[in-house]
Design a protein around this ligand. Sequence first.
Ligand code: SAH
Length: 264
Amino acid sequence: MSGRVVFVGAGPGAADLITLRGARCLEAADVVLADALIDPALRELAPRARWVDVGKRGFAAATSQATIDALLVHYPRQVSLVVRLKGGDPSVFGRLEEELQALAAAGIEAEVVPGVTAALAAAADARRPLTRRGRGRSVALTTAVAAGADGTVTVTARRGADTEVFYMAGRHLAALGRALARAGWAAHTPVCVVSRAGAADAIVSTHAVDTLAEAGLLHAGRPTVVTVGVGAQAVATAPQAARAGTGKTLAAQQPRSSGQTLAP
Ligand code: SAH
């Protein structure tokens, strides 16, 4: 048998944020190799498939990358369609490079189906657009966290884009706040923190660079992205109301992110 592998972006955690193309791949899959943080409801979209969890969380690998690479090469020899289901988008902090290399080395065909990455789901939940006309012209998807060979974690930040979205920093928010200040972000720069973006129990909170540490407890133990800069600013809604001629402020439509609120 020489099957193929389709990498499918599952979206940020809610089953209905997968793409139609991704869902069709799941429907046809013989084997699904699934990451952690995948909504279990996605299993229902893959009725024929043998479902294999190969989850990793943070730097503590439940399944090593070498094992995942070996499984990726193993299954296409047994079945015709293997779906490698990854959280968010496969091309963003998803180790896709290594997995494509492993398949290429084994001569196995690969395809990639994109997904909604956490930064985009967070912007949607917060109703805070990542780009803004004239002043928010660039967005960077960034990780602040690097693990050394001895397992020590270092947190560094940068100021390369008008809006920076930091992945994998949820456990290091205090250190990220300090790193942002060192990188030249002003103390009052808005910072928007979203955990379990895209899910019904998403939490959105807003802070400033010098108060980011306070977000730690609120989002503890949940996958979290941190948006800094122009894209973290609240959208002013009053002018819209005036244009619409209602004369009312849109209080009911304020993002649930104003202040530190729990999502409904
Ligand atoms: N490929 C994924 C990212 C994998 S790295 C994507 O495109 O979204 C894992 C990191 O992604 C987590 O540490 C967290 O920072 C972020 N993340 C994943 N799912 C998330 C979610 N639902 N809400 C907030 N952050 C999330």
